[in-house]
Design a protein around this ligand. Structure first.
Ligand SMILES: C[S@@+](CC[C@H](N)C(=O)[O-])C[C@H]1O[C@@H](n2cnc3c(N)ncnc32)[C@H](O)[C@@H]1O
Length: 501
């Protein structure tokens, strides 16, 4: 598990956190089965004599988590059938990343010296994994919130089964009904972009059709931080493993593991983007109540959008990291509203001028030229000015901030809407080339070998008022082209309608 692994493009993949207990020693299933008879039935031996478990068996993964928490952390733990079962090494990485953030002097400590570090775990779940790990490994205090009866009941059970740390952890039920109206009122005082959330008469969020953009889904669930954090409270950090998905079908896409997970745990309206956007909105209200706000993000596409949202609401520092978990990657997003102790050059200000990705597994009928045409039609449908040079295999692009925002935010366009947008946005596109603050870049496509293309973006002129915009649109393009040309690889929910002609 330790060490760095290579990606296909040769870059190193981040490995397990060096302070993670499992960085140098992966769990020894043979040893654990000899020590814990309840684990033994789940362990079998492969031909080369290595002990294994069946990762698609929920009972096996739950028993592994139970024995690891007991053996390595002295924790008593259990969850009922079907609840989300955490993997200890993966969850520990997030804890150690927060430890790094707190130890760095980027944002100075706000609470008095000697105060025990205090965190807020949004959606602690029945498994209560982050408070249990944070309290047992690092002695941190926690408030763990949740909305479901089963999560509250089992999180409390898990805390009370560990009297040595139970004083450090408070499980807090989110009052879904009582606070909703006030929270929505706060959000509609005019502080936030009313494109994303409007209050109806009953105070609940509604989805608001945006001009030219179709319908953008916003979070309409119970309060998350605002209305849950009490007056006068302050925290060193918050953390969150959000409901990543919009539907259970999306959530069940990985048949290789059986980690359980009920709809309440896995799904929310608008998926992780909407959920984390609400955390961002709450944080912009609560500001210095937390030294660091953090969340896990499941899709890189969302990470890029969320980073932009954070700069828009005035975060002073934004940091990201990648957690590699077996074959999947997750990302960590952290931000603050406190003044940094030293001058930070935000990563968007040192934006790279060259970005690239590989498009693999292309079918024979799809040539580099088809990909180039798709790039052109995708951007042109968003009203952006494009010039395709078929001989040189590139497209020169000039775009305004509004046009790129519109492309990135578009979620659902049916064909007739797309046609209307095309027309309307093309009207504005004619002015984009004369706009002084425009983004100019070139997309080139190179054949690497049969079925594999390299797509490269080269930034020619950066729009001064639009930090991070080039990488945002380029990553979006990556997702859209992957969706079209290598659909097996796509993550659900990626907008593709602009390509469907
Ligand atoms: C993906 S699970 C994470 C559980 C656990 N923290 C983990 O990492 O395994 C998301 C959790 O968020 C909870 N949740 C959903 N909306 C919430 C809200 N508004 N406030 C607090 N918890 C919420 C769900 O009930 C669920 O337990």
């Amino acid at each position: 598990m330790a060490g760095k692994r290579k990606r296909k493009n040769g870059a190193e993949r981040p490995g397990i956190h060096p302070r993670n207990k499992y960085a140098d020693n992966t769990p020894d299933f043979g040893l654990l089965s000899s020590l814990y008879p309840s684990f033994e039935p789940y362990v079998f031996y492969s031909r080369d004599g290595r002990p294994k478990i069946d990762w698609t068996d929920f009972n096996a993964t739950r028993e592994l988590t139970r024995v690891l928490l007991l053996h390595d952390n002295g924790l008593n733990w259990w969850i009922p059938d079907g609840q989300l079962c955490p993997t200890v090494p993966n969850r520990s990485n997030y804890i150690h990343w927060i430890e790094d953030l707190l130890a760095s002097d980027i944002i100075p400590a706000t609470r008095a010296d000697g105060d025990v570090t205090k965190g807020f775990d949004i959606g602690t779940g029945a498994n209560c994994i982050y408070p249990l790990l944070g309290a047992s490994i690092l002695g941190w205090k926690f408030v763990g919130s949740d909305i479901t009866d089963i999560a509250i009941e089992w999180a409390n059970r898990n805390v009370n089964s560990n009297p040595h740390i139970s004083d450090l952890i408070e499980i807090r039920r989110v009052d879904a009904e009582g606070t909703m109206y006030n929270v929505e009122e706060l959000h509609n005082e005019g502080r936030f972009d009313s494109n994303s959330t409007n209050a109806r008469d009953d105070g609940r969020a509604s989805t608001v059709p945006e001009p030219h953009l179709g319908v953008k889904k916003s979070y309409n669930g119970p309060p998350i931080l605002l209305g849950v954090v009490k007056d006068g409270e302050s925290f060193d950090f918050c953390m969150c493993n959000p409901p990543f998905f919009e539907t259970m079908e999306e959530a069940g896409l990985n048949p290789k593991t059986a980690c359980g997970g009920t709809p309440e745990e896995m799904v929310c309206c608008g998926g992780e983007h909407a959920f984390i956007t609400r955390i961002i909105e709450d944080s912009a209200k609560l500001k210095h109540t937390f030294r660091w706000y953090t969340s896990m993000v499941g899709r890189k596409f969302n990470l890029n959008i969320l980073v932009s949202e954070l700069w828009n609401v005035g975060a002073t520092v934004v940091k990201t990291t990648e957690f590699v978990q077996g074959r999947t990657s997750r990302w960590g997003l952290a931000w603050s509203f406190l003044p940094p102790s030293r001058k930070i050059i935000p990563s968007h200000k040192i934006e790279k001028n060259n970005l690239s990705f590989m498009l693999e597994g292309l079918q024979r009928q799809h040539s580099a030229f088809h990909v180039l045409q798709s790039v052109e039609s995708y951007l042109a449908n968003g009203g952006v000015s494009c010039k395709l040079d078929a001989a040189a295999f590139n497209v020169d692009v000039t775009a305004s901030k509004d046009q790129i925002d519109a492309i990135v935010k578009t979620e659902t366009h049916n064909k007739s809407e797309a046609a209307t947008c095309h027309h309307e946005l093309n009207v504005s596109s004619s002015s984009s080339s004369s706009q002084p603050d425009a983004l100019r870049f070139r997309i080139s496509v190179f054949q690497q070998n049969p079925g594999t293309l390299l797509v490269r973006g080269t930034l020619h002129e950066r729009a001064s008022s639009i930090p991070g915009l080039f990488s945002l649109i380029f990553r979006h393009l990556e997702e859209v082209l992957t969706h079209k040309f290598h659909p097996g690889k796509v993550l659900a929910g990626v907008p593709s309608s602009n390509l469907e002609k």
